[in-house]
Design a protein around this ligand. Sequence first.
Ligand code: PEP
Ligand code: MG
Length: 581
Amino acid sequence: MELAGVGVSPGIAVGEALLVEREAIAVFRLLLPPGELEGEVQRLRRAVEASREQLQAIKERLARQIGSPHAYLFDAQLLMLEDPMLLDRTVAVIREEHLNAAWALRTVAERLQALFEEFSDAYLKERRTDLDDVLGRIQLNLAGTPGAPSLSRLPRPHVLVAEEIPPSEAAELDWENILAVITDGGSATSHTAILARSRGVPAVVGLRDATRRIPAGALVVVDGERGRVEVEPSQPALAGYRAAQERARVEEERLQGTRALKAATRDGVGVRLLANAEFPEEARTAALYGAEGIGLFRSEYLLGRALTWPSEERQVEVYQGLLDAVSPFPVTIRTWDVGREDLAPGGPSSPNPALGERALRLLARDPAPFLAQVRALLRAAAHGPIRMMFPFVGGPRDLRLARELVGRAVGELAREGLPFRADVPVGLTLELPSAALTADLLAREADFFSVGTNDLIQYLLAVDRMDPRVAPLYEPLHPAVLRAVKRVVDAADAAGRPVSVCGEMAADPLQALVLIGLGVRELSMSPAAIPRVKAAVRAATAASARSAAAACLDMATAEEIEDHLRRALGLASGTGVVVPS
Ligand code: PEP
Ligand code: MG
């Protein structure tokens, strides 16, 4: 590979490349009470002062190292810090508009940046880089000052409006103070959406330009059920939303009361309702919602913000913690479901990451993290009932790779004399069409299946689950999806293997009933969805679900299927509206 550019400093060097990425920090607007404004001005002054000291130190070091004539490079930045256009104006915005320092600085910065854009002189235009550098430095110093508000520590409840929320950031959000989440990108099965659902926080994604169209501080109403966002609603509309919100709250309370009730249909067919979890704390909420265990633990959170593989010891601790939280129920832990792009964002990416090098496909490149995880799972299993689940399995060959890995880990642990269990059930997330078509073969070698409908739908229908432009084509009730699930359930039943569904279909009452009609007896979903699905299960009969599902298998479109199910099962859609108070 050869790259062409512009040589600007002569010489030749050979060495290992160090890839550098810029980390942006999140900046947001907060309206502050008058009593907090002076404190905010002080924080700004401290951040500017810290920036000045840092720049001065850099300048002095540069003068020592390469001589003072070059140190003038930083004079421009030091001068910008003195400039009343920057500091005084930002202070004025804080005081006059009652805004937090970071946002005030951003609004002032935008005006200054626009000024720089207008310069025709190349040298002056180039100083825009200095301006951005100085602003970035002040923002970082502001974020580092004691008492700085951050997305993990908001002073009061807000509706979060963002382009996208990366999973690592979503994990650290101050969820207690987040009324709703709305994003330009994302989809129903993006991890932020899944997380919002599990926290019971309404979310609307795929809005494309919400961040451009919603002014900061505007009053917004988010209807997470219908995917609608209303900005500055009229008084009558607001009153209507508040009434709907109250109805939803009462309904939620009623559903919460169902925790101790059995999940069984009116004709006595029991359905096990389990929880999906992304973070260990969710395991505790799962128990509160009446989950009979964890049907899917997405272990990727363990990679953390730094995206580094966790040690085996740390994993053993976390997996045992999950077992303790839901004891005596079992926990199904999914092994690393990551792609190369997830591990090194910004690096070389596959043209289609969903079809690229991910999960077990990374084994050949780097088996160590997979082996460490399997070892940790076998060790934690000595503490309680664990099931090990491999994602992205395309057929028996992939499953054999997984089994070989387990065999290797068992051999190692036995030699080392550490406590572990060798007979941990090994199953797969059934989420690829190739796995659905070979389900009978897989059932001979797998201990269980968990149907990952989120991906199964995406791959069966060739609809990217992350692309909002094709979101209307993402049809859980497409005949191909129902037929695939039926095939998998039949194959599992014939081989006497348990089969559950852990995709989002399990969390939708109507879709859950059709799954039950197809023979599924175990559903795993966001904890907050459990009461609603339980209510639907208790109101239905397995016989009617079975005959409705059988009829659907002969229908041509998702619309016909949905219509039929609504009529046959008598389910209307509910509402989940949030209005900031
Ligand atoms: C799925 O694919 O259905 C699933 C449960 O896993 P994820 O959403 O993490 O891909
Ligand atoms: Mg999946």
